[in-house]
Design a binder for this molecule. Sequence first.
Ligand SMILES: [Zn+2]
Length: 346
Amino acid sequence: MASGIISPKIREIARQSGVSLAGGGDPTSRIVDACVRRVKGWIDALGPADTFADLINIVAAKLKVHFEVIRGEDDLAAVMHQYLRSGETGFVDLRSELDGSADAVVVRLQKAPSWSDKQYVAVIDARGAKASKEWFSKWHELAHLIAEPQTKFAFRRTLATRRDPVERLMDQLAAGLAFYPELLLPAVQAHGLDLEQPNLRALVAFQKSALDFSSLHAALIATLRHSAVPTVLVEAKVTLKSSEQRAQNQGLLFADAAPTPTLRATTTAHNPEAVRRKFYIHRWMRVPERSVIRRVYGGEIACEHVPTRENLSWWESQGERLPGRSVLVEAMQAGPGRVLALVTRA
Ligand SMILES: [Zn+2]
């Protein structure tokens, strides 16, 4: 979100969150901070929250949200039956609404008495590959209710692909809350994790022991936010660039000019210190031929988790090289055809 082009919906969220836009700039982090402070107030009054599970339970109770998690076809049928039987017509199209392209829907109950502690039902799609997103999807839906308490709605749907600025803002807020610093930082300390020398092997062990509710990728991003060392977490896969994919989908490319899929950074997550110091690797850049990331992708197990000194200038895109900076790169296999790499300033 660049400054000066803040959408009316984001303005409204800023207003409801008590965030002034007078100073200019991107209000995202101020909105996230304001909402996290609001939640902290609830926890101070209703807590304590000793675990991440306590935290989400308290926040959901405060917002009068009940979760229904769909793990299979039976769950979907049972949820629809249960609510339709009590006259909640908002569930009538649940099957088609959830069909593949949505992560969750929230229904405001029409028949619940005003005193009921269940005013909203958040239906979370956790079928198949979406299972790993269950926790995050729950927080995303709570984020809407925290950030937009005055926005009235009967039905809200969160698409799996987030293009809308509001949806992206809710993801940022969800990340801030799902990895609530007042629980995360003591866990980091208890685990003896050294964030001044971040390395993937230790971060993976930490996620397995302390943040197993979350996907590895989300947990790594959230934990690295608290490191004072500039880091970029790169996810690499063999793929076309997004522009090439679009062109191919639109039939704009002829067979003899077809682009070749290559190992690229499909996502790059910069921690705040990396942003502050302008330490960037851009999304869709080709992974350098001589990077350890390629060797790990190629199945050289001995290279996994070996911090390797490389140079940022090896990364180039359309003839432009990144600035020359010495970096340490540690890579690991993370599922079929996918490598995660931690790039830090050496
Ligand atoms: Zn949403």
